[in-house]
Write a protein that binds this ligand. Sequence first.
Ligand code: NI
Ligand code: MN
Length: 229
Amino acid sequence: MTYKITFLGHATWSLDIDGHTVLIDPFFNGNTLTEVSPDDVEADFIIVSHGHGDHVGDTVAIAKRTGAKVISNFEIGNWLMNTHGLENVHQQHLGGGFQHEFGHVKLTIAHHGSGLPDGSYGGSPAGLIITAASGKSAYFLCDTALFKDMELYAGPDVALVPIGDNFTMGPDDAVEAVKLIKPETAIPCHYNTWPLIEHDGAAWADRVTSETDAKGLELKPGDSFTLED
Ligand code: NI
Ligand code: MN
């Protein structure tokens, strides 16, 4: 059983779950934190959390090149099919889970926006809980404010938490989020991409370790974290 999570900077992740490659929010063009190119990145599945450009990113080009199945909310799925001609799309919505080949994906509440880059309506933004056949689970909060109902999603093995402030939770609210979610490990994201969201990921991880029951872990872009069975 494999569940490997690789950080590609900003809020872009590549998962290897039992041999399936799953890209989350594949933002490469414009992502200052990675050299990975959308022209050769691998994907069997792509998950898009919400409609903003730094999350939809290079989804269309990568999906067309690789044939990857795109998983998103209903409105983004329609936009990908009707505006961009993608055919391999799986639409879900908040609160709904589905057992995909690589694992179970549930879309959670996220408090944020979801307008698409061309101004189209992108429905509601989502977080993601992705559970492998091994039972190991990761909660990608994606772009969101702090909200008390995060405690409904408590108990993942790892939480991937935005800390950049301005567009999402900042470091203080992100520590509070970890207290509600109670993961084994908490990893920061959505920071340092631009001056507006510059923060110290290592310092935040240290705060998590000292102020919560979780272990904080900073991943540099390109680094991986593996959930051990
Ligand atoms: Ni956003
Ligand atoms: Mn964002």
